[in-house]
Ligand binder design. Structure first.
Ligand SMILES: *[C@@H]1O[C@H](CO)[C@@H](O)[C@H](O)[C@H]1NC(C)=O
Length: 290
């Protein structure tokens, strides 16, 4: 019973966090609710693969995509450190609706069925939305990289099931997000670390990133290699404040040489840990200590 209640607390907090509890008729989903393709989360979906489509950024680091300002070095995790961080305010009206498992399971989720899905959602074949759906379905069909477990969750229930399959069916789960304590007025600005970053002890974590789709789809993944999770208080000069979740990948030796983070941090590829802040629409699941 206790764990059921804990599960419900998690459900509720996630629901509140996402403010997207209006499960229901997927046909009502409008074009507007399908997020634009791209966004900061794309850099995090496949830490060990080449980021297809983003390699063009590498040649133009002078005009660096502002959303790449999420990477930092583990040595930067100390009180008083100031660094530019891209932290967009969460546009809740643009968040796609979260479906119940029943509703999500009633809709095919396969790139083979894209033509029928486009018809179902009334998107034309060449639309931006069609490209985004194709991108998301293909991301979700990629084979996991070595040492990685991945899963695309189309409902909270399936996200919880996946978490339990990784952490054990009796695990008590905790979910962390990056929360802004005051809506940022600018997306990219310098933030200073206000308190000693708090490490969340956990041998394994699952990170779930939103993918563009007509309803909420989370790409969840977990790596076997050592990952450290931190909660970091950030403050900007103009008063903007955030409690950010950050992940440090301690072993980057298997990552692609061209991984964008190496360029952003100006470090020798695969030589040292890479940390990054999570965007506000990502979730991190960890088991609570037994
Ligand atoms: C952050 O501060 C540095 C040093 O003062 C400055 O050069 C840089 O432009 C600032 N970055 C942003 C995004 O404001």
């Amino acid at each position: 019973m206790g764990s059921d209640f804990a599960s419900w607390c998690i459900y509720l907090s996630v629901l509140l966090a996402l403010m997207s509890a209006q499960a229901g008729n997927a046909r009502k989903i409008t074009h507007r609710q399908l997020k634009e393709e791209g966004g900061s989360t794309n850099y995090l979906q496949q830490p060990s693969n080449t980021m297809d489509g983003h390699t063009h950024l590498l040649a133009h680091m002078d005009h660096m995509d502002p959303s790449l300002n999420i990477f930092f070095k583990i040595d930067d995790l100390k009180v008083g450190k100031t660094m530019p961080v891209y932290l967009p305010s969460k546009d809740l009206s643009a968040s796609p609706h979260l479906l119940s498992r029943e509703a999500a399971n009633s809709i095919p989720f396969s790139s083979k069925q894209l033509p029928q899905l486009l018809e179902f959602f009334s998107f034309s074949k060449d639309s931006r939305q069609a490209k985004a759906m194709d991108y998301t379905l293909r991301q979700c069909e990629l084979e996991p990289t070595k040492g990685e477990i991945r899963f695309c969750a189309t409902s909270l229930e399936s996200m919880l099931d996946f978490s339990r399959s990784v952490f054990g069916s009796d695990a008590h789960l905790k979910v962390l997000t990056t929360t802004v304590l005051k809506e940022p007025t600018v997306s990219l600005q310098n933030y200073t670390i206000l308190d000693m970053p708090k490490q969340i002890p956990s041998s394994r974590i699952i990170a779930c990133h939103t993918l563009p789709y007509p309803y909420a789809v989370f790409y969840c993944h977990s790596q076997k290699s050592e990952t450290r999770l931190f909660q970091v208080s950030l403050g900007a000069e103009n008063g903007d404040r955030a409690q950010a979740s950050a992940v440090c990948h301690m072993d980057t030796s298997q990552w692609d040489h061209d991984h964008v983070s190496f360029r952003v941090l100006k470090i020798k590829p695969r030589s040292s840990p890479v940390c990054h802040f999570l965007p506000p629409d990502s979730l991190v699941w960890v088991p609570l200590p037994a």
